[in-house]
Design a protein around this ligand. Sequence first.
Ligand code: COA
Length: 333
Amino acid sequence: MPKLKPSKGAPYARILGVGGYRPTRVVPNEVILETIDSSDEWIRSRSGIETRHWANDEETVAAMSIEASGKAIADAGISAEQIGGVIVSTVSHFKQTPAVATEIADKLGTNKAAAFDISAGCAGFGYGLTLAKGMIVEGSAEYVLVIGVERLSDLTDLEDRATAFLFGDGAGAVVVGPAPEPGIGPTVWGSEGDKSETIKQTVPWTDYRDGEVDKFPAITQEGQAVFRWAVFEMAKVAQQALDAAGITPDDLDVFIPHQANERIIDSMVKTLKLPEHVTVARDVRTTGNTSAASIPLAMERLLATGEAKSGDTALVIGFGAGLVYAATVVTLP
Ligand SMILES: CC(C)(COP(=O)(O)OP(=O)(O)OC[C@H]1O[C@@H](n2cnc3c(N)ncnc32)[C@H](O)[C@@H]1OP(=O)(O)O)[C@@H](O)C(=O)NCCC(=O)NCCS
């Protein structure tokens, strides 16, 4: 048998740049109240959400991704041709094939970068980041673009009291590249498929096509069950990611959990006993839950407002439909 040459990659990887795109239309709670029996006070106190963004016809999954990616590439100080991989995490791109990543890779001007989509719900950014790190360290790409993008307004049942107020649209992107020391810690990730019924699409597309249901499919969830799981189980996963990176909460500068509900964020901060000096992302207030886009969007905003700075050590954790989760410690770009 011939001996194969081993692949040669960079010793380590890190995030080099971040960019975000939020649709122009800002939707306050009052708009949600047109279709559900609720109140601004209830939505704010139960979820923390005040406004969210909804995309218009031009703000497609590809268009929002290209905007966010352009900013991330500029922030990283590289050119699009240097990108060897484009990973798009989304559950709201309505064309099964081809992967939207290929269109994005082309329109950005990459040189035929490897491009593919992944479906990992609200953990999608962490899943993509882990794949990107692997590609760079393994040597199959020098720079990889990881995009989390959603148009969840297309998958929201505005008459469902349990979800109508939760979701928003947007795209967040990061450029991951080679580094002389670790800038992305070990990922603690997994899935709990026995709980897959707790967040799901109401019915398959084919049921709608075949006239078995009148309503276009939407995302539905058992809010309390998901809430309990997030609060109890995800704090443990976050702690495991700190342990795996070999640091303690005292070493952290920033905490960027999935932006699903501000009460979940508060509870995790408490359970993890995060010290006062740790900046906590609360982008959910004005962005809602944008699933795979939520962590990079929150990261971009913290850096843009100066609440976090380049080189800070941040714990990121995403969790959602599947149920799936992914947590890791990163150095901010
Ligand atoms: C959705 C969520 C905000 C609801 O909050 P909650 O405190 O669990 O609310 P509950 O479903 O227990 O309902 C509490 C009460 O409010 C009522 N209620 C439910 N939705 C309401 C709404 N939109 N407006 C006003 N009242 C509402 C319920 O009828 C219930 O009334 P009752 O006590 O008289 O029976 C919360 O469960 C949640 O955020 N879950 C996790 C979401 C999440 O992380 N998803 C991740 C997706 S990746």
